[in-house]
Ligand binder design. Sequence first.
Ligand code: FES
Ligand code: FE2
Length: 397
Amino acid sequence: MSSAATIEKPSNRRVTTLAMLNPNLQAAIRRIPAEKDATTDPIAATRPNAIFTSRDHFDLEQAKIFRRYPVPVTLSALLSEPGMVVADDGYGLPLIIARGRDGEVRAFINACQHKGSKLLEDCEVHKQGRLTCPYHAWTYGLDGKLVGVARADMFDGLEKDKRGLKALPTREWGGVIYVQLDGGEADWSQLSDQIADDFESLGIPTAHVYGRKSFELKANWKVVLEPFLEGYHVQRLHAASIGDLFVDAPNIVDTFGANVRQLSGRVGYSPAMLDEDPSGNVHKLVTHAYTAFPNCVVVTSQYYTSVMLLKPRDVDRTTVHYFMLTPEPATTPKAEEVFKRSYELIVQVFGGEDFRAAEISQEGLNAGVPETTVYCGLEENIVRYYDALEKLLTANR
Ligand code: FES
Ligand SMILES: [Fe+2]
């Protein structure tokens, strides 16, 4: 495996400078202490095994979070132009997400209003003006309207305007496409405007999707999420890959309801470095790691950004949709080489290290051990995040 430390700058890279970030994010970055001044306090916190293994708990999360609020389904960047369409089954519900001719993104149940056939059978991105059912060729516009019925003369009294695709409330939020899966009225209250502003500053809505990959993991979605909320494992689990690029320093953490922003300086960081080169790449100095409600993880690297959607399938099953975003497609062989090596590295680190850790943890948890998981000061964000989720789980509606 190549080392991240040896990946050189691609020559065509558009650089993100500190000044390009929104004021709130810039101010937060300026609060990151020098590595030598960083301190972390110990904490005492535990969680019961059941939150990772109990069907009742899983069902409660589904009812109170994943079907109660809009959830992230895919990225705006994947549907960068009008006429782009993709299917997504990540939440166990067949969906179509389409960017119409008017530029609006809409989500529909991927089911024909004749007899339910899936309209799109794969999860590739397609560019097309219409959706045609493979079964009897009913045709829909990307706005969901039924526009064509084969042998329409054979239907007595068919009301075409009542047979449009089943639409679900949908919104783009900082480059992430959120959908209300139960089809009810969407409650956007859990999504953070600040997080959306940050994602815009980081170029997520307009990025290029260099690569994407799905992982089917044998682990609860929170077991998959935990390593992205803590730095404790980084020098240890990732000792052979990226561990030496990070220190156990505390993050500057801001929470916005059930949304977490963690900012950390690279090894040897001091605040003065921010002003040494105003035209320099801020991602060389600072790593941004976000958990956006409830299961969207964003982690920045020097030349690309990783986005992961952790989609719960069952108590101990999660589908992860991983996206590697770059500011633009590679325009030189050198840039292509850097992106390719970065993609291989990150898929190996997340897939082979973080996701593997999640699966082997789940095996023990499924055996009932430990009875409670225990968290240290370097893992405090997990506890804060669970506190926020638990408020939603115990809410009356
Ligand atoms: S099921 Fe789609 S046209 Fe018949
Ligand atoms: Fe990790």
